[in-house]
Design a protein around this ligand. Structure first.
Ligand SMILES: [Zn+2]
Length: 129
């Protein structure tokens, strides 16, 4: 696992767990310890290990999805792909304006240009002066 770029920090992961309240795909809630970090867009397909590409997944979903493209996989598993995509988009949008449940701190992430370098979290500290 050492080769993966670990952009996601513990605070962001905790916020994701709280926001999803269980497995992002099937809704199972086996407890935070049993949920694994799954990249919506697999690393092998150009995804990155960042808060907006990582969701909590139960062991079963994570193992089954593996490197499969998420919507194709969800359709095959008869999971609610639409619900997932909407929720995922909601969380990303909410986090972007700083009102996410659990307030995920993050820099502005453009929707386009997914390969662009994302600046590290912009500190929200007030500027003195
Ligand atoms: Zn699941």
């Amino acid at each position: 696992m050492g080769a993966v770029e670990h952009d996601l920090d513990a605070v962001q992961w905790a916020a994701l767990l709280a926001a999803w309240g269980g497995c992002a795909y099937c809704g199972a809630a086996p407890g935070a310890d049993a949920l694994q970090r799954d990249c919506v867009l697999p690393i092998s397909r150009g995804g990155r290990y960042t808060w907006d590409n990582v969701v909590p997944a139960c062991r079963s979903c994570n193992a089954s999805k593996c490197n499969t493209e998420v919507t194709a996989w969800m359709r095959r598993r008869r999971l609610d792909e639409r619900q997932f995509l909407l929720r995922h988009a909601e969380l990303r949008a909410a986090a972007r304006v700083g009102s996410a449940p659990g307030a995920v701190p993050l820099a502005a992430t453009p929707d386009v240009a997914p390969l662009a370098a994302t600046p590290d979290a912009v500190p929200l500290a007030p500027t003195p002066g």
